[in-house]
Design a protein around this ligand. Structure first.
Ligand SMILES: Cc1cc2nc3c(=O)[nH]c(=O)nc-3n(C[C@H](O)[C@H](O)[C@H](O)COP(=O)(O)OP(=O)(O)OC[C@H]3O[C@@H](n4cnc5c(N)ncnc54)[C@H](O)[C@@H]3O)c2cc1C
Length: 567
């Protein structure tokens, strides 16, 4: 099962060799004293009581942990700016072995410290934080430590077998650029590409291609994982499959993903990027569901959708957006006025094409026209752009630059993402968009698009509703003024309360639950297996404590996990 036990593969770094062992042990003691919540480790080290290999290992790893305030503060917050928790140290690993060593160091203590891998820290509710523990700065794995820390891409493409091996720390934008050098690309993308492979695979990785290919976690052939027992394990659907499926959507609870083998397809050159406006929800959802039923040629290659709360369109000065011109926004505002309803909707679709000459472009346009004839959007409200594939995929990266220059990127993001069953989406729309959020002050985006559930493998940890089709609904709003966070959080709570009261059957995506019962409900039938695999792969519950599923290590959690287990 184990690929390589890290204690056999340790390479003692130069630093270690050059230092007099007494001086090194002294510095080790100073640094590790912060890690230990008891003086136990200290005492053992002073007495020379470490087994030899662990001793060298621990010394090596400690030299890569930063404890200065600057480092710990940076790792104490995430994109959400809602939860803050300071770790005691930040590990900058140079190889997956370092992560294994850190975990083993933790486990060697009577009260292990927690360990949180951090990709870009783009979680919204503290999921990548490690209060009082050690955050692993995964991005360090992608730096060449022999070349002044220059970025190195642990990305290797197989053009024959159509896959790419990617380090868990790599950004999807870098995966895109590297695979495109071979004319290939992964099949499913998140809307934003400046996040890590390990981070999205720990959640799901959803986007407009998921209706056809499933989420990113459905497009993985193999993983390398450092488990919460400090073992380095390779896994796939055929090998150590319980760990493979547990880690996919596993919220970082079973191990740290250090490599993923991801399926590729031939990359298109260009994209017809389309938005179609609707004034009523039945036409909007009817067309979306028709479109996601077209799984092969003839339909869109990407399907998402947005809810435009009318106040965004009808109040204030309208500027152009990254897609719409100012005059198109005026047209949408008139539509919004005309409906008298609280929201209008638009489908966002993309049709890929492979050539970059006029013939390819015109035959795609003809195909698009045929498709649009089947749909019921408001006449005259189809907007089309012809853009490069990269321009299309990196669209939110461009938005980020604009938001950064406007000073509204590093603000609190009390985001709420839900999966809503198709059978209740109209009730959800009535209760939420035309009810709870009707008069809200909207700053940000509201996404709403359907996916086919049969593209999700039920063996994976990720939780979905039961319907064959369910909608991803993202309330992606930003707090830009005093009091906004509280207001948005009240609205989020009201939405969750509504779903609960009306038995809508929603699941949170990028979930956050305050109680063990909340987590049990979230995982439903999968809970007992989830807990059993936790006991197997992270029995001291040290990994990704910011998810808040299991209590901090060493406080009796093992017993509770054990009692929840069925394996
Ligand atoms: C602007 C924006 C747009 C987004 N759009 C989408 C979208 O379209 N679709 C979508 O699915 N998501 C989207 N996301 C959410 C994104 O998938 C999550 O934020 C995700 O956590 C990835 O971010 P990250 O790499 O920074 O991970 P982090 O926030 O650093 O980590 C997330 C969790 O995974 C754990 N983790 C991190 N790395 C690893 C690893 N290698 N192995 C095991 N566990 C690990 C962490 O401990 C933490 O619990 C978006 C986020 C932002 C900010």
């Amino acid at each position: 099962m184990q690929l390589a036990n890290s204690s056999h593969t340790v390479c003692v770094p130069t630093l270690c060799n050059n230092m007099p062992s007494r001086a090194y042990l002294a510095s080790f003691l100073i640094v590790t004293s912060f890690l230990s919540t008891t003086s136990h480790l200290h005492t053992l080290a002073a007495a020379g009581a470490f087994p030899e290999s662990d001793d060298i290992f621990a010394l090596d790893i400690v030299s890569k942990i930063r404890t200065d305030r600057n480092s710990t503060i940076k790792a104490s917050m995430d994109f959400g700016h809602i939860v803050e928790a300071i770790p005691n140290g930040v590990l900058h690993p140079t190889s997956p072995n370092d992560i294994a060593a850190l975990i083993r160091l933790s486990l060697s203590q009577p009260k292990p410290f927690t360990v949180a891998p951090r990709g870009q820290g783009h979680s919204a509710r503290g999921q990548a934080l490690a209060p009082g523990g050690v955050v692993v700065d995964m991005r360090s794995l992608g730096h060449d430590h022999h070349d002044a820390g220059r970025r190195c891409r642990r990305i290797n493409v197989s053009t024959d077998e159509l896959w790419v091996d990617v380090g868990g720390e790599q950004l999807w934008i870098d995966v895109l650029h590297t695979t495109l050098e071979h004319g290939l690309a992964p099949r499913v993308w998140t809307d934003y590409l400046h996040i890590t492979v390990g981070g999205t695979l720990s959640n799901g990785g959803i986007g407009g291609q998921a209706f056809r290919h499933g989420p990113q976690i459905s497009n993985v052939h193999e993983l390398d994982v450092v488990t919460g027992t400090g073992d380095m394990v390779s896994c796939s659907p055929d090998k150590n499959s319980d760990l493979f499926f547990a880690a996919l959507g596993g919220l970082g609870q079973f191990g740290v993903i250090t490599r993923a083998r991801i399926a590729l397809e031939r990359a298109p050159k260009r994209v017809l990027w389309v938005r179609l406006a609707y004034s009523d929800v039945p036409s909007f959802t009817g067309d979306q569901e028709l479109l996601i039923s077209k799984r092969s040629a003839g339909g869109f290659d990407y399907i998402e959708g947005q809810v435009q709360l009318n106040r965004t369109l009808t109040e204030g000065r309208r500027r152009s957006s990254s897609f719409f011109s100012a005059s198109e926004l005026d047209q949408l505002a008139n539509l919004a006025h005309g409906t008298g309803s609280a929201a209008i909707y638009y489908i966002e679709g993309a049709m890929y094409y492979h050539g970059d000459d006029d013939t390819a472009s015109s035959s795609s346009s003809a195909k698009l026209e045929r498709l649009l004839e089947e749909l019921s959007f408001v006449p005259g409200h189809a907007f089309v752009r012809d853009v490069s594939y990269v321009e299309f995929l990196d669209r939110v990266g461009r938005d980020e630059q604009k938001l950064r220059s406007a000073g509204v990127w590093d603000v609190p993001h009390p985001w709420l993402n839900l999966f809503v069953p198709r059978s209740r989406i109209v009730d959800f729309d009535a209760g939420v968009f035309k009810g709870i959020l009707r008069d809200t002050k909207p700053v940000g985006l509201v996404l709403m698009y359907p996916m086919n559930r049969d593209r999700w493998d039920d063996r994976m940890t990720a939780a979905t509703p039961d319907d064959d089709v369910f909608y991803a609904v993202g309330l992606l709003r930003s707090a830009v003024a005093a009091g906004d966070v509280e207001q948005l959080e009240r609205e989020n709570a009201a939405v969750l309360e509504f779903c609960h009261r009306e038995r809508i059957g929603c699941k949170q995506y990028l979930p956050s639950h305050a109680s063990r019962d909340g987590w049990r409900r979230h995982f439903g039938d999968k809970w007992s297996r989830f807990a059993a695999l936790k006991r197997k792969y992270d029995p001291r519950a040290i990994l990704s404590p910011g998810q808040g599923i299991f209590s901090a290590a060493g406080d009796g959690l093992t017993d509770r996990v054990a009692s929840d287990s069925s394996l």
